[in-house]
Design a protein. Structure first.
Length: 363
């Protein structure tokens, strides 16, 4: 198990009473982040397109009942600017994106619009702000030109991308760099950093084409799940691990201008890397009717993708704190409680955040 140094135990208190915009709040990661900020005492405003999955974590936890929101496509620059101008945020977390690699092949234009033009809208809205604001732009581990190296990608490695999703995220990084150097570097009221993370898992993810959601939906109806790449290795990391990294980055960037304009990786420790087949076997021990069949995809997918997070560990004092067993237990417990319908899922999700926070406080 790794640890988070004591510096970060109270660093999240900065969000209490602050105005925070979360784009993509109807999505998996965005809904968890908005919930966490809400219980930290932040005044959250969500910007997102309509929910795209059913079920949907945003609806399950009734997020719209306790935060403000506007539902529209983030690539609508006029509407995005209007929200920023009216709300006047202290912090911005930009997560809105088309995040599924497989979908990017069938809908490449939608992917490019959402990921590149959507980020352009956020950059334009930030450029017009006059008050102090700290912005964290979330991209992806897939921004790197993947040569499937064992050493893990550093933040200054080459940007690239084969599939439309990865390429759109790589292009987004170039856009962010351009705006930072052209407009934000001398803008004293604005600070901005980029956060990169990989394949996170957690309760409430229903996205098609992701291993655990596909498994849970199929197995709950006693169907076999189809697996595309059983030998692919992924960094299986709980969503709360990376969200904690985003929150710590926002907190420290707000206080330390030396972090301005920098990118940070938030990847798991090496012991959390397993093949798809290894993960399936671990889940099978805890979930009934767990069966699968292999049907290899003709689409190109990375077999190995690894991040080097030493920079985040050194400069942010961030570490992952969950081992893989703890991670998987949190995920499966969430889905089991959802299907058992024995507990309010908003409260259950809050309890998981509190459990994670309690681990940090003990270290």
């Amino acid at each position: 198990m790794c640890y988070v140094q004591s510096l970060n135990k109270n660093s999240l208190n900065i969000y209490r009473g602050k105005k925070v915009i979360v784009t993509g709040h109807t999505g998996f990661k965005g809904s968890w982040l908005a919930l966490w900020l809400h219980i930290l005492g932040a005044k959250v405003f969500g910007i997102s397109h309509k929910t795209l999955t059913s079920p949907c974590n945003y609806k399950i936890i009734a997020l719209n009942k306790y935060i403000k929101e506007k539902i529209f496509k983030i690539e609508n620059t006029k509407k995005t600017k209007a929200v920023f101008n009216n709300f006047q945020p202290d912090f911005v977390f930009h997560l809105a994106a088309q995040a599924i690699v497989k979908k990017s092949y069938s809908k490449p234009k939608e992917t490019w619009n959402s990921n590149l033009i959507g980020t352009l809208s956020v950059m334009e809205a930030l450029k017009d702000l006059k008050k102090k604001c700290t912005a964290i732009i979330i991209t992806s581990d897939k921004v790197y030109k993947n040569i499937e190296t064992e050493r893990g990608y550093n933040e200054d490695d080459r940007i690239g991308g084969f599939d439309p999703y990865s390429a759109s995220k790589g292009a987004t990084e170039i856009l962010i760099s351009s705006y930072f150097n052209s407009f934000f570097l001398k803008k004293k009221n604005l600070r901005l950093s980029v956060a990169r993370a990989g394949n996170v898992i957690g309760g409430g993810d229903w996205s098609e084409g992701r291993l655990i959601p596909d498994c849970i939906k199929s197995w709950n109806t006693k169907k076999k799940v189809t697996i595309r790449s059983p030998s692919s290795t992924r960094p299986w990391q709980h969503v709360l691990e990376v969200l904690f990294g985003y929150l710590v980055l926002g907190s420290l960037l707000n206080k330390n201008i030396k972090l301005n304009g920098q990118a940070f990786n938030f990847g798991p420790k090496i012991h959390s890397r397993f093949t798809v087949l290894e993960v399936l076997k671990k889940i099978k021990n805890k979930w009934p009717n767990a069966y699968w069949r292999v049907k290899k995809s003709k689409l190109k997918e990375s077999k190995l993708l690894k991040l080097n997070s030493k920079k985040s560990q050194k400069l942010l004092r961030w570490r992952c704190v969950l081992n893989f067993t703890q991670t998987l237990n949190l995920v499966l417990d969430w889905y089991k409680h959802y299907y058992d319908k024995k507990m309010n899922m908003k409260q259950f999700s809050i309890n998981q955040i509190k459990y994670y926070s309690s681990i940090i406080k003990k270290l």
